[in-house]
Ligand binder design. Structure first.
Ligand code: ADP
Ligand code: MG
Length: 292
């Protein structure tokens, strides 16, 4: 490609939904060798669907799903919508949770019809002192298929499991191939569990997987990669991942609609997929050639 000026790059980028803060961000983008991406909403549609409901002895499937959906009415997580949709599809009429509480990266809890109910991953159950087998066979089988399996607890006992799958975006596989061709190592960091994360990574040829990662862990991951001599672009949520974006050589905010560049980010992608990342890298490389 022919070298281009920063102004041209910024203009071309903006047209394609790639907002570049300044020349430095672009220069750094050309030099990074590693890119960290989130799974949910970036590699995948971020619009998961309910796939399975499993009840333990003494509990009913509809009861398990109904309580899960009641809790999720208080949540804005993409998983919540899938569970509520799934309950609706089964003609259930979930109630509402009182004393609702959402724990970032773990799950939700509250009181439904006078009973203490919780929904989430193993860490969520652990936090509530509920014994959930981390190598639960049902959950493991679901996770091996790339599904997110969540425990449903009623009054401190595991009553069942609900599973949700988030389809991989059509554009993701090609974009990963392009990023590899552009010399980047791709690391997926996700709050999801190891097996689900690996199932997705395997399908896509992602180089490295970090599962069970909380937003504050992402900053540590950037620091760890720096210690190994890597130059890192971190793509993430402009709000929750702000410290990690700031720690990276290039912070790339995946915007969720509002057409404003994110302050903590060198680059803001208006569409939350990897296509913008490919575009940003190509523009950066073409511009850097010119600067030199
Ligand atoms: P990601 O990094 O993939 O976006 P999150 O950090 O948002 O994932 O969530 C990590 C895990 O925590 C989820 O896979 C799920 O098991 C659990 N979790 C988080 N929020 C909820 C919720 N509202 N309902 C059920 N489970 C949840
Ligand atoms: Mg997330």
């Amino acid at each position: 490609a022919t070298p281009i000026s920063i102004t041209t790059a910024a203009g071309r980028g903006a047209q394609a939904g790639v907002l570049i803060k300044d020349a430095e961000a672009l220069e750094r983008m050309a030099r990074v060798d590693t890119v960290i991406v989130d799974k949910t909403g970036t590699l995948t549609e971020g619009k998961p669907k309910l796939t399975d409901v499993v009840a333990r002895d003494g509990f009913e499937e509809d009861q398990v799903l109904s309580l899960a959906a009641a809790l999720e009415r208080g949540s804005e997580h993409p998983l919540a919508e899938a569970i509520i949709e799934g309950a609706r599809a089964r003609d259930l009429e979930p109630g509402r949770a009182e004393e609702f509480d959402a724990v970032t990266g773990k799950g939700v809890r509250g009181v439904v019809d006078g009973r203490r109910v919780a929904l989430g991953n193993h860490a969520m159950m652990k936090e509530l002192g509920i014994a959930a087998d981390p190598s639960d066979e049902t959950a493991d089988t679901l996770r091996a298929k790339g599904k997110t399996a969540m425990y449903v607890a009623i009054e401190g006992t595991i009553a069942g499991i609900v599973a949700v799958a988030d389809p991989i975006k059509d554009s993701t596989a090609d974009a990963i191939r392009d990023l590899h061709a552009l010399g980047l190592t791709i690391i997926m960091a996700t709050g999801d569990n190891q097996r689900t994360a690996e199932a997705v990574a395997r399908q896509l040829g992602i180089d490295e997987v970090r599962a069970g990662v909380l937003p504050e862990d992402k900053q540590k991951l950037v620091e760890e990669l720096h210690a190994k001599g890597a130059s890192v672009a971190m793509a993430g949520d402009g709000v929750n991942d702000a410290p990690a974006l700031a720690a990276a050589d290039v912070g790339i905010a995946m915007s969720t609609g509002a057409d404003v560049a994110v302050e903590s980010a060198g680059i803001t992608l208006m569409r939350g997929d990897l296509v913008g990342l490919v575009r940003a890298r190509k523009l950066a490389v073409a511009t850097l050639r010119n600067i030199r």
